[in-house]
Design a protein around this ligand. Structure first.
Ligand code: GRF
Length: 200
């Protein structure tokens, strides 16, 4: 059984999708055992508490350097015997020590069809603002493995979502979450855990 840590920064709707998938036995080879938040105000922490999941806050600014922060993250993961890390709306940068310690075992959900509208500075509503500004007719979400390049790791899953006439960044974000993110992430997590169990 792969022990999963979900990293969050905001509302935690992707965490909620994972928790619901777990409740519906859709993640048979993994178990969410920890939520790591980048700030104490993330509503995702409340979602963890409501589901009896332990949560920790690791605040980037509490560490003098990226390396100290990365090492604290790795230490926390080892302390909780974590096998798989899922970034679900997580906004802090993870550096080489974390990437190396969990090579090909860190997933991220990005709210566009990578390589469009991704990379440094593209997160949250900004992604959808840029998609609407460019006038794309189709956008969507991507689940990818995390490496040192922001949104640059191997693409695992994508799902297209049509842009509708009159969409605002908010309405588009919501539809991409509902139709793509909340479906893709649990599927990708389940598949990665199953693969890792087979490799044992
Ligand atoms: C959303 O924009 C999502 O696309 C991205 O992070 C933001 C917050 O997600 N991954 P969540 O509600 O905190 O899961």
């Amino acid at each position: 059984m792969q022990r999963i840590a979900v990293f969050v920064s905001g509302g935690g709707t992707n965490l909620q999708a994972l928790l619901d998938a777990q409740k519906n036995n859709m993640i048979s080879h993994g178990r969410i055992v920890l939520v790591l938040a980048s700030n104490a105000k993330a509503y995702a922490i409340q979602r963890a508490m409501d589901n009896g999941i332990e949560s920790v806050v690791v605040f980037r600014k509490a560490y003098g350097t990226q390396d100290e922060y990365d090492k604290a993250i790795v230490a926390c993961m080892k302390e909780h015997d974590i096998d798989v890390i899922v970034l679900a709306g997580f906004l802090s940068i993870l550096g080489k020590p974390v990437i190396d310690a969990y090579e090909d075992k860190i997933l991220n959900i990005h709210p566009s069809l990578i390589p469009s509208f991704c990379g440094k500075g593209f997160y949250g509503l900004k992604v959808h603002e840029e998609a609407l500004k460019r006038g794309v007719k189709v956008t969507g979400a991507t689940v990818h493995l995390v490496n040192e390049i922001p949104d640059g790791g191997k693409i695992l899953k994508q799902k297209a979502v049509y842009v509708k006439e009159g969409d605002t960044p908010e309405t588009l974000q919501r539809r991409v979450m509902e139709e793509a993110e909340w479906k893709l992430l649990p599927e990708a997590v389940a598949e990665l855990c199953e693969k890792l169990e087979e490799d044992i």
